[in-house]
Design a protein around this ligand. Structure first.
Ligand code: C5P
Length: 222
C-alpha cells in the first residue's frame, strides 16, 4: 500500500486492556475488547500511515499490515510505547489498569486453612500514566497526542478536565455506562474535545469513528 494522505507518517496506537498479575495464574483486568483501538489502527493504515500497534491481551485480532507489539501489563505497554517513538501522532485507546498488585507472588497463592484470617490482602501500586507521560515529553513529543476518556458521569466536563490534566491535544470522550452497551459493542458515541471546545459525533460504528478520526488526523498532520 503506497500513497494516501498519511503516507510517510508514523502513528502509534495503544489498544486493549492490560493484565496485572496477582500470581502466576491470576490477574486483574478490565472489560476492554480492543475493538475501537483495532479499528483506529486499521483506518490509519488505510490512509497510508505506518502504524505501530501496541496491544494488551484483547479479543479483537490485530489489523493486517501493521507492526504489532503484544504486551500484558501497563509497565510493558509503557516500555513498548517508548521503544516505538518517535512518531508523528499517537492514539491512546488502551484501557490501561490504573493499579497493579504491588508485589505479585512468584508462586500460586494458596487457600489458607482456618475460618478467619485466611483471606489474602492485595496491596496496590500506581501504574505509570502512559498518555500523560507522552503528552508531557519535553523532547520528541508527537505532533498530535490523542487520548480517550471512558466516563460514566458528567462525560464532557470530566473529559475536558482530563485533557488539561494529561496535556494531550484531543480527547475522545465516551459514555461507558452499562446501559450504553459501548464496551464490547460495535457502536460508539463520542465527543471530541480539543483546545477549541467539544464536538459531539452522532452514534456510529466503531469503524466509522475510526475513519472519521483518521481523516481528522490526516488533515491536522497534512
Ligand atoms: O485516566 P484515564 O484512565 O481515564 O485516562 C484514559 C486515557 O489515558 C486513555 O487514552 C488511556 O489509554 C490513557 N491511559 C494511559 N495510561 C494509563 C491510564 C490511562 O495511557 N495508566
Amino acid at each position: 500500500l503506497v500513497g494516501g494522505p498519511l503516507a510517510g507518517k508514523r502513528v502509534l496506537v495503544t489498544s486493549g486492556p492490560t493484565h496485572e498479575p496477582i500470581d502466576p495464574v491470576r490477574y486483574i483486568a478490565n472489560r476492554s475488547s480492543g475493538a475501537q483501538g483495532t479499528a483506529i489502527a486499521k483506518a490509519l493504515r488505510a490512509l497510508g500511515a505506518e502504524v505501530v500497534f501496541v496491544t494488551g491481551p484483547a479479543d479483537a485480532a490485530p489489523p493486517e499490515d501493521v507492526e504489532v507489539k503484544r504486551v500484558e501489563t501497563a509497565q510493558e505497554m509503557l516500555a513498548a510505547v517508548e521503544a516505538a517513538l518517535p512518531v508523528d501522532a499517537a492514539v491512546f485507546a488502551a484501557a490501561v489498569a490504573d493499579w497493579r498488585v504491588a508485589s505479585a507472588s512468584d508462586s500460586k497463592m494458596k487457600k489458607q486453612p482456618g475460618e478467619k484470617g485466611g483471606l489474602p490482602v492485595l496491596e496496590f501500586a500506581e501504574n505509570p500514566d502512559i498518555l500523560a507521560r507522552v503528552s508531557q515529553m519535553n523532547e520528541g513529543r508527537p505532533a498530535l497526542v490523542i487520548g480517550f476518556a471512558a466516563e460514566t458521569d458528567d462525560v464532557i466536563d470530566n473529559a475536558t478536565a482530563k485533557r488539561k490534566r494529561k496535556g494531550c491535544d484531543w480527547i475522545l470522550a465516551n459514555d461507558v455506562s452499562h446501559a450504553t452497551g459501548i464496551m464490547g459493542g460495535a457502536h460508539n458515541a463520542v465527543t471530541l474535545i480539543d483546545s477549541e471546545g467539544a464536538q459531539s459525533w452522532p452514534r456510529m460504528t466503531k469503524a466509522e469513528v475510526a475513519s472519521r478520526l483518521a481523516e481528522r488526523i490526516a488533515q491536522t498532520l497534512g
